[in-house]
Design a protein around this ligand. Structure first.
Ligand code: ZN
Length: 189
């Protein structure tokens, strides 16, 4: 018998707090398209202590499979350590499609609070992770313990304005091209 929602044996084996096989365990949104190209993805980061890691991950994994979070989540396993980081905790990442989509970022933050999460949460873009920016200074947004609102650092506000301006320019350029096409002389009949 196969049941898509039942945890597979592999998932059961991969409790992050005891897993020695690989650095991350994963959960996908039920309708995620794995081929979708996400240029602007990012994630909420949660850092539960190791003794709470498996319970925390169970909550996040189930909610991800239920489709109430983002397109994907992952938890760092026991063997996933980095020099200089707190070895008594592991990150859980809750991904969203587009860090510039404030409504969606806030929606996922609220869903995490609805699940009972009262810890500090940091949001980071994947492009910053690719550039190896770690630590609190690199966070794009931040939610203080228990808070449903997020703080937006000055440098994020500037980036958002930059993206907004770039989109406006692109839109204006497209409108201009359209106008030029409309103004082109009609073919003689
Ligand atoms: Zn494992």
């Amino acid at each position: 018998m196969t049941c898509k929602n039942a945890p597979t044996e592999q998932q059961t084996l991969h409790s992050p707090a005891t897993c020695m096989h690989e650095p991350w365990v994963w959960a996908d949104h039920p309708h995620d398209d794995p081929d979708c190209e996400r240029l602007w993805s990012g994630k909420w980061l949660w850092f539960p202590p190791l003794r709470l890691l498996d319970d925390s991950w169970n909550t996040i994994r189930t909610a991800t499979h239920d489709g109430v979070l983002g397109y994907r989540s992952k938890a760092a396993t026991l063997i996933n350590t980095r020099p200089g980081s707190d070895d008594t905790r592991r990150p859980i990442c809750i991904y969203t499609n587009d860090w510039r989509d404030l409504e969606d970022v806030k929606r996922v933050l609220n869903a995490l609070r609805d699940l009972g999460n009262v810890d500090v949460l940091l949001y980071k873009t994947d492009s910053e992770t690719r550039r190896q920016r770690y630590g609190q200074g690199a966070s794009t947004y931040k939610a203080l313990p228990g808070r449903r609102s997020m703080t937006v650092p000055r440098r994020t506000t500037l980036l958002l304005e930059h993206h907004h301006t770039a989109r406006q320019h692109a839109r204006k350029a497209a409108e201009q091209r359209k106008r030029l096409r409309t103004k082109a002389p009609a073919p003689a009949t």
